[in-house]
Design a protein around this ligand. Structure first.
Ligand SMILES: Cc1cc2nc3c(=O)[nH]c(=O)nc-3n(C[C@H](O)[C@H](O)[C@H](O)COP(=O)(O)OP(=O)(O)OC[C@H]3O[C@@H](n4cnc5c(N)ncnc54)[C@H](O)[C@@H]3O)c2cc1C
Length: 281
């Protein structure tokens, strides 16, 4: 049996985390699976656990300047209900788990779980999201691509708590999201794809592309995006082979119980082609 803590404030939570290294538990939809035990027995946690989902400092969504701030214990259902949440993030959340799970699962839990198939991650990478981490020593803000370092790996320190996700409030003319899974509910991604685009006349002004579940972390190539920026829509076809080659190098899927590496790679590149050229073959 391990100790479980239920702090009343974020300051108390930070102190407990600092002193005991207790594992934050928000919705528990990843943790209760990871530490599951035989029916009727308590979960097999190997370290103290601290409930955080009730802390009001970790709840809610607000706008500050030109950034949207989503507090980490905001549930997936709450994201869907808020008109300010970027459409591409909502498209991903709509296809996650089931309504029951979405009612307790949090965005912070999805980020900290750092699964290559975590469905909020490709939209958050494409939106240039940052995470705000707090400890008794202070606060730091880290771009999401620097926060997640590998499958289940992050730079979160043993005494830190993820408090906020900050997203620049950019608008996009074209928003494309696809999740490829076995069925519509309760299926983890075999592949997911995010494409965001802004045009100025017939030229690409801004473009963001992110793939989920096809490498240890989300694939986003600033180089490829730079090659696409400024060119005319009808010029994409000419440079497409070199763009595809760049992504083909970065997309390094694995075979697992959900899919094969080969299938994942083929589908990813078809989605890229469809987003950029409007045709899949
Ligand atoms: C049936 C089912 C279906 C699912 N389907 C999907 C799906 O389609 N797509 C998908 O991406 N996921 C899916 N999941 C996984 C899970 O629901 C999500 O990853 C969810 O967002 C996790 O949030 P949580 O609040 O439950 O996290 P928890 O289980 O509470 O925590 C997850 C991890 O994050 C850490 N953590 C949580 N909050 C904080 C914080 N504030 N600061 C620091 N660390 C923190 C925990 O210590 C733990 O390591 C599914 C799970 C189930 C059970």
């Amino acid at each position: 049996m391990v100790n479980a803590y239920r702090p009343s404030t974020i300051d108390e939570a930070l102190r407990i985390r600092n002193e005991t290294k207790a594992l934050p538990l928000a919705g528990g939809t990843d943790l209760m699976v990871r530490y599951k035990n035989w029916a009727g027995l308590p979960p097999k946690f190997s370290q103290p656990v601290m409930f955080v989902a009730h802390l009001h400092e970790l709840k809610g969504i607000e706008v500050e300047g030109d950034e949207l701030i989503i507090r980490s214990a905001t549930t997936l259902t709450e994201l869907l209900k808020d008109g300010r949440v970027p459409e591409v993030l909502k498209l991903a959340v709509k296809e996650m788990a089931s309504p029951l799970v979405r009612n307790i699962a949090t965005i912070g839990g999805n980020i900290c779980n750092a699964s290559p198939a975590g469905d909020t991650l490709p939209p958050l990478y494409a939106l240039d999201a940052k995470v705000v981490l707090r400890s008794v020593e202070g606060e730091r803000t880290v771009p999401i691509e620097d926060f997640i370092t590998g499958p289940g790996q992050t730079v979160l320190k043993e005494n830190e708590i993820l408090c906020e996700i900050r997203i620049p409030m950019d608008e996009f003319d074209s928003i494309f999201y696809r999740k490829v899974g076995t069925r519509r509910a309760n299926a983890l991604s075999k592949v997911s794809f995010v494409g965001l685009k802004n045009l100025q006349g017939d030229r690409i002004d801004d473009i963001r592309i992110a793939f989920g579940a096809v490498a240890p972390t989300v694939v986003r190539s600033r180089d490829a995006e730079k090659m696409l920026k400024g060119i005319k829509i009808d010029e994409i076809e000419q440079i497409y082979p070199s763009i595809e080659a760049k992504y083909a190098e970065l997309i390094r899927p694995i075979d697992d119980q959900r899919s094969t590496a080969e299938y994942r790679k083929i589908v990813s590149l078809r989605l890229l082609r469809f987003f950029l050229l409007g045709k899949a073959d």
